[in-house]
Design a protein around this ligand. Structure first.
Ligand code: BTN
Length: 320
């Protein structure tokens, strides 16, 4: 636990009454100057901390931001170790660096905004303050080929977490999360594999919480559905949901999760086109579900086509 976090915990434990800098320094085992430095850092992160000569510091408000100190007390899962700060270039880049340096499974990097967020297909991911941006390091003992279904399991986990908050979400294959047919969350899985053994996977998730500067009509926001939701709550719920789905995927593979995934699949029974990164057509037809490898099953006049990757869009010419 960082010193700033311990200062924060000590202020929280004092339940709104003031604690002197000296008492904080003694409790945490640092100098008074160090306490002052950490108080300044917490204030810069948006914590409202009053200070009065002779009485000390008093916590009067916490920011609605996905900071480690706000998320950790809300987490049920013990899988995750959270680090992060207000702003970073990309939490996926941060998590990749940690993974490459040997960080064990369970490290999570969070940020309240990103300056170079990345999406699928090499696109950018607009990441202003008001969203939750997080990336988890996973080390599943599987081959690279098995990671296809992991992407769907992570999507299912995000959906399970958001449902616990009362959000009626759907999944758009492979792993977009929709709210009222608008994109609420996007997921980017990146991996490193050696001799067909996965070394690490970084699962990066971006969730729109507050309707802020993103004005794309296709974007959904958690608070449009429930304006009492807070970003740390959303981050904790999503991490708890991923813990459940990932744990099951590790134990039993994707097959037992398939029915839960299909129940939430927005494309089920609908006419789609699936295109690859260069917009080449991979399949067009009616979606019949997904298979145990996470492939989308698209049925046309010639039969059933399992599609491993791509982007699916509804075929407008059929009125679907
Ligand atoms: C998509 O294209 O739908 C995937 C978007 C994934 C965005 C998240 S935000 C947290 C993590 N850091 C990144 O740079 N990207 C992912």
């Amino acid at each position: 636990m960082s010193t700033a976090q311990r200062v924060l915990d000590a202020l929280r434990e004092s339940a709104g009454s003031a604690v002197s800098g000296e008492a904080l320094a003694r409790e945490i085992g640092v100098s008074r100057a160090a306490v002052g430095k950490h108080i300044a850092r917490l204030r810069a992160d948006g914590y409202a901390i009053e200070s009065a000569a002779g009485t000390g510091y008093r916590l009067v408000g916490a920011p609605d931001l996905p900071l480690p100190a706000e998320i950790e007390p809300l987490l049920s899962s013990r899988r995750w170790r959270i680090t992060g700060r207000l702003e970073t270039a990309s939490t996926n880049d941060d998590a990749r660096r940690l993974a490459s340096a040997g960080e064990p499974e369970g490290a999570v990097v969070v940020a309240a905004r990103q300056t170079a967020g990345r999406g699928r297909f090499g696109r950018g991911w607009d990441s202003p303050q008001g969203g939750v941006y997080l990336s988890a390091v996973l080390r599943p003992p599987v081959s690279a080929a098995e990671v296809g279904s992991l992407a769907l399991a992570v999507g299912l986990g995000v959906a399970l977490g958001l449902e616990r908050l009362g959000l009626p979400v759907a999944l758009k294959w492979p792993n977009d999360v929709l709210l009222d047919d608008r994109k609420l969350a996007g997921i980017l899985l990146e991996m490193s594999a050696e001799a067909d053994r996965v070394e690490w996977v970084v699962a990066g998730i971006g969730i729109n919480v507050h309707r802020g500067t993103i004005d794309a009509p296709s974007a959904g926001f958690a608070r449009d559905h429930d304006d009492s939701l807070r970003s740390p709550q959303v981050a904790a719920a999503v991490l708890d949901g991923i813990d459940v789905a990932y744990g099951q995927w590790l134990d039993t593979g994707f097959a037992p999760l398939l029915a839960q995934y299909e129940q939430r699949l927005s494309l089920m029974g609908r006419h789609v086109e699936v295109r690859g990164i260069a917009a080449e057509l991979r399949a067009a037809g009616v979606v019949e579900g997904v298979d145990a490898d996470g492939r989308l099953l698209v049925c046309d006049a010639e039969g059933l086509h399992p599609v491993a990757s791509g982007e699916a869009t509804l075929r407008s010419d059929t009125g679907a």
